[in-house]
Design a protein around this ligand. Sequence first.
Ligand code: ADP
Ligand code: MG
Length: 128
Amino acid sequence: MSAPDINHAMPTLEVRHLRTHFETRAGVLPAVDDVSFAVPRGRILGLVGESGSGKSVTGFSIMGLVDAPGRIVGGEILFQGRELTRMRPAELRQLQGNRIAMIFQDPMMTLNPVLRIDTQMIEAVRGA
Ligand SMILES: Nc1ncnc2c1ncn2[C@@H]1O[C@H](COP(=O)(O)OP(=O)(O)O)[C@@H](O)[C@H]1O
Ligand SMILES: [Mg+2]
């Protein structure tokens, strides 16, 4: 029997009606406009879409890395039931890189070419 305080039905990550906009001089660019999805515990989700469709901005939003002129203007991001968009920066930093991480797109910037991939993946998981 499972422990009563663990809700196994709760998704690890839930994005609800996320809206991330860039307020530029040329106008408002709705990079992410009403995006919702859930990642159940132990599962993997792939976001697929054409270039410029908002995949990276969705990832940056989850990581709390959207900088001005970008801003999360609506929706909720729940990580293990905790709402990230309204979390205090110190609390968010505890999750970033520890419980939630991002591998940036440019592999030469992100991965060290002189180390084996498995070494780098294990290092990331261990938090070393
Ligand atoms: N810093 C920014 N300032 C203005 N617009 C941006 C910025 N970053 C991304 N965008 C715009 O947001 C949209 C989504 O971009 P992005 O998430 O990088 O797409 P994808 O990763 O799906 O290729 C694009 O139209 C892009 O030009
Ligand atoms: Mg991208």
